[in-house]
Structure formats: C-alpha cells, structure tokens
Design a protein around this ligand. Structure first.
Ligand code: HEC
Ligand SMILES: [Cu+2]
Length: 316
C-alpha cells in the first residue's frame, strides 16, 4: 500500500500519510516527555525514598488539557479518513467502466463479467486506465459472498471491502500501471483462508479486448487421443455436478468454472502455479495440495487421472 498504482490506492495512501504524520508527532512528543520525566525525577539518594511527590487533585487546567487535546486530535483523524472514504464511495463510474461481479467462496473467488458473459476464477483482467481524458477506464467491482464473510484487498489497487452474505457491496479500481497485482482474502473465512489469493492482471486496452474475445469462445471438445478419453471420463464422473464447461452439459456452479481453466496462472486460488504437474496432482487428490478445500478426493484410477488431466489441458 506504500506503492499505490491506482487512483483509489493513491487516495488511501495520501490519507494514511497524514494519519501517520499526526500519530508519529504524538509518539515523538509522548516519548520525549516520558524520557524527560524518568530522568528528571530519578532517585538521587536514600533521602528520596521518604519524600512523597506532590499530590494534585481536581486541577481543571490539567484535566481540560488531557481531555480536549485528544478530542481535537481524534476529530481531525475522523475528518481526514471520512473525507477519503466518502470520496471513494461517491465516485461516479463512467458508462464505459468495466463491470465485474466478484463472489467470495470458501476458498476461491468467482469472477463474472455479466455483460460479456464471461465466468472465470481467482483472476481479474482489467484495462489500464489513463488519469484523464478518453483513456480513463475504471473497473467497478460488485462484491458478494456465497457463504461466509470474505474481504477484497489488493493493496496496490484498492482498500479493503468486505464480501458479506446477502448484501451487495461494491468498490472500484482504476490502475495506472500494467502488470499483475496480488490480493488476498483479508477476513478470516476458515481453514484455507490463507490460500484464497486473487490476481489482477492489468493490460493494454487492446490486450484486454483480446482476452475478452478469447474468453467468450467455448472450448472445443477434443476428438482424439488421451484428451478425448478424458473428456468422456470427465462427464462420467461427478465433476460436472460442481463444475461448468461452456458448450457442454457440465453446468455445476459449486466449484470454479473450468471452461477456460488453462488461461489462469494458478490453481486452487494461488495454492500452486498452474502446470500439467500440479493439475495432475490436483485431479489425483486436491486434499494434498489444499487440505480441507471443498473438492473431495475423487478416488480416480491412475489411467482416469491421466486422461482427465489431458482433457483439462485443452480447456483454453
Ligand atoms: C463436490 C464438488 C466438486 C466435485 C465433485 C469436483 N470438484 Fe473440482 N473443485 C471443487 C471446488 C469447491 C474447487 C475449488 C477449490 C478451492 O480452490 O478451494 C474445485 C477446483 C477444481 C479445479 C481447480 C480450478 C482452479 O481454477 O483453481 C480443477 C481443475 C477441478 N476442480 C477439477 C475437477 C475434476 C476433474 C473433477 C472430477 C474428477 C472435480 N473437479 C470434481 C468442487 C468439486
Ligand atoms: Cu478469507
């Protein structure tokens, strides 16, 4: 959060510098007073043990000072932060804003571009925005939860906003730099909370449009070889109760949409990079990679694991 690369993160950054300056000032004053008092009233000899320090009761001056000064400080802090919160919440989105529905699940993120008809997981793609003019293109993110409270936080792009069951929250990002930015669920949500990573890939508008076009195409069903056997095995096992593959009868929504699985950088919400090896290990038994996650060990035969992995590798 100390290297903000998005409008909202910059606003939060400057507010936090003001708060930091005020609190650092308080820290220095209090520390200096403390050191001074400890030194000034140190024990100088045995005669000090019998002396009682002066007792002060009911001094209006002192009591006012230590009540009013902190109230003023807290008031300033409230004003600084609520102003930033207000500016962030009241930001009007332009009509060309990208819209994403982000749904928190134990322990992965469902990503839906409703207008474009794209569903993916654990990875957002958004266009880079310019600070002013035509090239300004923020992304609005609608936050929901399928189970418990999660929290969206991508420190370089946006502050935290909770995803609360039965409530629709929202936030927005407007990144000024290209690259991949990392976030994580920021509200403890169960066993695998720490493996609920989110990636935001910020790219040139043309690359973003290309990604959108790719994502819209349903994957082609493999016709020959191991992948074709895997295709069959995938539909014979209960994978399809939990997973969707566009253009097929697989329409489960309990787990991540697998239509474009191979476009993602990681598997299991960042638990491992997505490679043929980790994919095979996942299909073999997801519980070894991500203990406690809600995909059961499907107890497949080795031959089925190989075939299904070959099929999944074609989903791009
Ligand atoms: C009971 C529902 C259920 C069944 C049945 C199921 N899965 Fe899953 N699957 C999930 C859930 C939930 C996740 C997300 C786990 C996580 O990241 O915490 C998942 C994740 C995955 C992933 C990783 C996706 C990603 O982007 O990270 C793959 C690949 C996958 N499942 C393949 C399969 C295959 C192949 C089968 C059948 C052999 C199968 N699943 C059966 C629920 C299920
Ligand atoms: Cu969490």
């Amino acid at each position: 959060m100390f290297q903000p690369l998005s409008r909202q993160a910059e606003m939060i950054h400057s507010a936090s510098l003001v708060v930091l300056a005020i609190t650092a000032g308080i820290f220095i004053v209090v520390s200096l007073l403390l050191v001074y008092v400890v030194w000034k009233f140190r024990r100088k000899g045995p005669e000090d043990d019998l002396k009682e320090p002066p007792q002060i009761y009911g001094s209006t001056h002192i009591e006012l000072a230590w009540t009013v000064v902190p109230i003023i400080i807290v008031l300033v802090l409230i004003l600084v932060t609520s102003r930033t919160i207000g500016e962030i919440q009241n930001r009007k989105m332009p009509p060309n804003a990208v819209e994403i529905r982000l749904i928190g699940h134990q322990w992965w993120w469902e990503v839906r571009y409703e207008k474009e008809g794209i569903v993916t997981a654990n990875e957002l793609h958004v266009p880079v925005s310019q600070r002013t003019g035509e090239g300004m293109r923020p992304t609005q993110i609608f936050l929901e939860s399928a189970d418990v409270i999660h929290s969206f936080w991508v420190p370089q792009l946006a502050g935290k906003t909770d995803l609360v069951p039965n409530k629709k929250n929202q936030t927005w990002i407007e990144p000024f730099a290209k690259g991949t930015f990392f976030g994580n669920c920021a509200e403890y949500c169960g066993t695998q909370h720490a493996n609920m990573l989110l990636r935001v890939v910020v790219e040139d508008p043309e690359d973003y449009e290309k990604w959108v076009q790719t994502m819209k195409q349903p994957p082609a069903a493999p016709q020959t070889g191991l992948a074709a056997q895997g295709h069959k095995a995938f539909f014979e096992n209960s994978c399809i109760n939990c997973h969707t593959v566009d253009g097929t009868i697989a329409g489960g929504v309990y787990g991540p949409d697998l239509s474009k699985l191979m476009t993602r950088q990681t598997i299991g919400a960042g638990v491992a990079p997505l490679t043929p090896e980790t994919l095979r290990a996942w299909v073999r038994d997801p519980q070894t990679l991500k203990t406690g996650c809600f995909m059961p060990d499907m107890k497949l035969l080795d031959s089925e694991v190989d075939a299904i992995t070959a099929y999944l590798l074609t989903l791009k």
